[in-house]
Structures are given as C-alpha cells and as structure tokens.
Design a protein around this ligand. Structure first.
Ligand code: 5GP
Length: 141
C-alpha cells in the first residue's frame, strides 16, 4: 500500500528540499542525504509506487533509463573504479523509504562504503557534489 506522505513523495511535491541533479517527465534524481560514498545519487519515479512490484512497466523503463543516464554522469564526475546500482523492496530487504528508487553508488577499490542511511552529509558538500554531476550531465559525450 502506497503512503503518499513518505519522504520522497514530499520531495516530489516540493514540500521538502533536495539536491537535484536531473528531472524529466517521469523521474527525478537527487543526492542521497546519507551517502554511502561521495556521489551517491537516488533515482526516484514520479509514479507513486512503493516498490518495484507496484511500478508499471513504463515506470520501470523510465527509471532504468534515468539510472543509466545519471550513472554515466556520476562516473564521469567522480571517476570511481566501479559503480553499484541498488534497489531494495521491503524492509526485510533493507528498504527504508517506501517509494521505489534506485541507488547509484560510486565504488573505490581501496575504500569501504559508509553505512546504509547512517551518516548525514554536510549540505554544502552535497551541493558541490550535485553541481559536479549536473555539469557532467550537460557535457557532450
Ligand atoms: P532505501 O533504504 O529505501 O533503499 O534508501 C533510502 C535512501 O534514502 C537511504 O540511502 C537514505 O540515506 C536516503 N534518505 C532518507 N531520507 C532522505 C531525505 O530526506 N533526503 C534524501 N535526499 N535522501 C534521504
């Protein structure tokens, strides 16, 4: 059952702020407020769906297309050794916000990840990181 007052629904309605890096008709992407590594971005569908199982096929297509597009920009901006893409369904799977989303997490061979949803980042740092991704999205391929 979808809760229209979950934190991402409130961000989508503009009731709460976020460090946005990308938006189109079906999706929005913004910095994770408790990043597991620098450059951790969340891709959120505009369609109200609690998890992947509630999402329409069109919504899933839009979400993965945006995830690929933004992940390319994250990779260009942060030059990680790899990029993890994650998506959790249900509390037992680690989902803490009940609105479907994809994690884009830069990975570095010599660094372990910070905890999931554990350490709040400094807003100025998040704004700087968002700006790097926005610039990479605007750069020609
Ligand atoms: P989940 O555990 O549902 O897969 O991921 C939810 C993510 O949302 C976590 O990584 C957490 O750090 C992030 N998060 C929680 N609250 C907020 C918020 O208010 N703003 C943003 N930008 N991210 C949030």
């Amino acid at each position: 059952m979808y809760d229209p007052n979950n934190i991402f629904a409130r961000i989508l309605r503009g009731e709460l702020p976020c460090h946005k890096v990308y938006e189109d008709a079906d999706t929005i992407a913004f910095m994770d407020i408790m990043p597991q590594s620098d450059g951790h971005v969340l891709v959120v569908t505009k369609e109200p769906a609690a998890d992947l199982f509630e999402l329409s096929e069109a919504g899933a297509r839009a979400a993965i297309a945006t995830t690929q597009r933004v992940a390319r920009a994250v990779r260009a901006a942060f030059r990680p050794d790899g990029v993890s893409i994650g998506q959790f369904n249900g509390a037992a799977a680690g989902q803490t916000v009940p609105h479907v989303h994809f994690h884009i997490v830069p990975r570095h061979a010599d660094k372990s990840l910070r905890g999931h949803a554990s350490d709040m980042a400094d807003p100025e740092t998040l704004a700087r990181h968002a700006q790097r991704i926005v610039e990479a999205l605007a750069a020609p391929d």
